[in-house]
Design a protein around this ligand. Sequence first.
Ligand code: F0G
Length: 449
Amino acid sequence: MSIQNDIAFQKCINPECGAEFDCGQSIFNCPDCGGLLDICYNWDKIKVPEKLSDFSSRWASRGNRLDFSGVWRFRELLNFCEDSYKITIGEGQTILQQNCAIAEQLGMKPDCLFLQYEGLNPSGSFKDNGMAAAFSHANMVGAKSSACASTGNTSAAVALYAHSCGVKCTVFIGSGRIAFGKLSQAMDYGAQTIQIQGDFDDCMRQVQAVCKKLGLYLLNSLNPFRLEGQKTIMYRIIEQMGWQLPDWIVVPGGNLGNSSAFGKAFYELKSLGLIEKIPRLAIINATGASTLSDLVNEKKLVWNDGRVNQAIIDEYYADLTARSFSPHTCASAIEISRPVNLKKCLRSIDICDGIVRAVSDEEIVDAKALIGKWGLGCEPASAASIAGLKHLLAEKVIGHDEKVACVLTGHVLKDPDVTVNYHKEKQGAFSNPPIEASNDLDEIIKLIK
Ligand code: F0G
């Protein structure tokens, strides 16, 4: 194995520690202090394009699999392994849809709303961006067996990538906590699927212990290489806006990998002189799984240059334990109460002047139907972004003439149950239930509007 030590390395984000490790290690958190790890680069040794628009030239050479990949066509910005190790299955061919109809429904100027549709990835969610990067690292370190905990999409993406690069995988899911589309993918793509009687947070705890004991390669967003891949979602938004920046990024928050990756992406672009300003970030929780919103908005938890007040977090989690609290939301993808990337997310909030909101399940399913009717269709967690945007417009935190990119994280077909129930049980403003008719032409014709 040849590790590009002089170019990239891992570093603990805890400023009291700051321990560094080479990229040949699969450790997933700091062995010295337990802190989260970042991938850092010696930028002076990397040939980064002078301006972001220089990446446009990759379009002409998309016959090269790395230039085709929506992750690796930005490879200079996540340059932790040699090209020969890089894995791609064609991820990141996503679109940024300017959506005038939804903008108007929300009272925004028509040209101001953009939907970054990550449902177009091979496994139907944004996870593939991260998996392309993490499986490349797994390939570099020669991993043979992998595992993840999941609310569903991670398991689908892991199963797909593991299968395509010959790595074994076991996925841990909470019993009854996963949408059917996602479960069907994990099984179909050949993952060993273990349903634990518990929620995602229980699965996350177990998978870390199993990976440590058995030396399995961990594919949750604790894995810092995954987050390097997820940075590219932001590059693609900028790319599709003609190398311009939106004023706001709005993203659902669960385990907080995306929000962590987005802040890092913008920080690096700004430091490299590739962008002039950093967009603001809005992270949207569900009210039934609102740890980030509670900690930031009520307990006033902040990044504080990395010296995060751990006592506030400990006290909050002790209270969850004392109440035997288990999160509940119809947006099962973000049904998480102990997000592993909490501190990195606080850093992103600091970098991006970010804010956090929580939205109810009723707001989520209505927003989902709105996106379905006038947009691209998405799963419930993704719709939290539009539901959150609605709040922020009402609060006038986001102006109606600001350019907003909402990340639609997963495909509408991931969770058909929520969609069918919404329409059949007339749960909201956009419910569109099927009409019963007898097998009679005249009756059928009368029904057609
Ligand atoms: N949206 C969807 C569709 C997701 O699947 C997830 C996370 C999120 C949003 C939250 O993203 O963790 O980066 O804040 N799903 C994980 C899983 C946890 O296991 O599939 P985050």
